[in-house]
Design a protein around this ligand. Structure first.
Ligand SMILES: Cc1ncc(C[n+]2csc(CCOP(=O)(O)OP(=O)(O)O)c2C)c(N)n1
Ligand SMILES: [Mg+2]
Length: 278
C-alpha cells in the first residue's frame, strides 16, 4: 500500500469532475451519493487496491463491491481515469447500449466486480466473494461500500452475521454515512443510531472516521483495518452528501438531480480552484 496525499486529493478532484461530466451528458443522475464517495475511491485506486486496468479480471485482484450501485457515476469516473476504458465512454452514461448503465453491472463495465443496485444485495455478494477467497487461501481483500440509508435493509445484517461467523478479516466495509438517503435524512426515514456501535454489537471490528471526505483519515483507517486478523472491519465514513461542490452540499436533496452545462462550468471552477490550492 502507498499514499501520497496531494496526488490522492488531486485524483479525488478529477473523479468529481468526471462524474459530473458523465451526469451532465445525460442531464441528471445520482449526484449526491457519487460525490460523497469520491475520496474513498481516490484512496482505494491510488495505492491500496491490487488491480490491473489492462487485466480487469486478474485472478488475484482485490474486489470492490459498490453495493450502493446508484453511485455508478463515481465508479465509472475512477475507472476511466485509471485507464480501464476510454474517458469518452463517460458521455454515454445511462443511454441505450452504453457500457455505463445507471447502476453498476459486472457484465457491462471493465473493472466492475459484481452487479449491484438493489440495496443490501451487494453486502451478501461481498461476503460471498471474501468467503470464496478464504476457502481458496488467497490473500487478496474484498472492499465493500454501503450507503447509510442502505443499512435499513435487513440483508446487510444477515451478511454481517455470516462475515463475523466466518472470520472474514479480509472483508473491509465502508459505510458512506452522509446522513441522507433518497427522500430525506436517515433520521427522518428510519433512524440508525450509532452505526459503529451497531456493527460492533454484531462482532465487527469498527473504525469511525470523523471526516470521511479526508483522504489521509481514510487511508489511516484502512491501515488499522489491515491489522485485524479475526474480524471483518467496518469503517464508518462520516461524509457530506454532495461533498466537494458547494451547490450540492447546500442542496436539501441532491440524491438524484439535474446537472446543466452551466452547473458543470460552475462546479469545474470550484474544483479547479481546490486543485490549485493543494
Ligand atoms: C432494495 C432497494 N430499495 C429501494 C431502492 C431505491 N433507492 C435507491 S437509492 C436509495 C437511497 C439509498 O440511500 P443511501 O444508502 O444513504 O445512499 P446515498 O446517500 O449514499 O446515495 C433508495 C431507497 C433500491 N435501489 N433498492
Ligand atoms: Mg446516504
Amino acid at each position: 500500500m502507498n499514499f501520497d496525499r496531494i496526488q490522492t486529493e488531486r485524483f479525488a478532484v478529477e473523479i468529481r469532475k468526471s462524474l459530473l461530466r458523465a451526469i451532465a451528458s445525460k442531464g441528471s443522475g445520482h449526484v449526491g451519493g457519487s460525490l460523497s464517495i469520491a475520496d474513498v475511491l481516490a484512496v482505494l485506486y491510488s495505492g491500496v487496491m491490487k488491480v490491473d486496468p489492462a487485466d480487469p479480471r486478474m485472478e488475484d485482484r482485490d474486489y470492490l463491491v459498490i453495493s450502493k450501485g446508484h453511485a455508478g457515476p463515481a465508479m465509472y469516473a475512477a475507472l476511466a481515469l485509471k485507464g480501464f476504458f476510454p474517458q469518452e465512454a463517460l458521455d454515454t452514461l445511462n443511454r441505450g447500449g452504453t457500457m455505463l448503465p445507471s447502476h453498476t453491472d459486472r457484465l457491462k463495465t471493465p473493472g466492475i466486480d459484481l452487479t449491484t443496485g438493489s440495496l443490501g444485495q451487494g453486502a451478501s455478494l461481498a461476503a460471498g466473494a471474501a468467503f470464496a477467497d478464504k476457502l481458496d487461501c488467497r490473500d487478496n481483500y474484498t472492499y465493500l461500500i454501503l450507503g447509510d440509508g442502505e443499512l435499513n435493509e435487513g440483508q446487510v445484517w444477515e451478511s454481517v452475521m455470516f462475515a463475523v461467523h466466518q472470520k472474514l478479516s479480509r472483508l473491509i466495509t465502508f459505510v458512506d454515512a452522509n446522513g441522507k438517503q433518497l427522500d430525506g435524512t436517515t433520521d427522518e426515514i428510519c433512524t440508525l443510531g450509532d452505526i459503529a456501535a451497531k456493527f460492533a454489537a454484531f462482532g465487527c471490528n469498527t473504525v469511525a472516521v470523523e471526516d470521511g471526505n479526508d483522504t489521509e483519515q481514510i487511508y489511516q483507517a484502512i491501515i488499522s483495518a489491515k491489522q485485524e486478523t479475526q474480524k471483518p472491519t467496518v469503517i464508518v465514513l462520516h461524509t457530506v452528501k454532495g461533498a466537494g461542490v458547494s451547490r450540492y452540499e447546500k442542496m436539501k436533496n441532491c440524491h438524484s438531480c439535474g446537472v446543466t452545462e452551466e452547473d458543470l462550468k460552475e462546479a469545474y471552477k470550484e474544483l479547479d480552484d481546490r486543485k490549485r490550492s493543494l
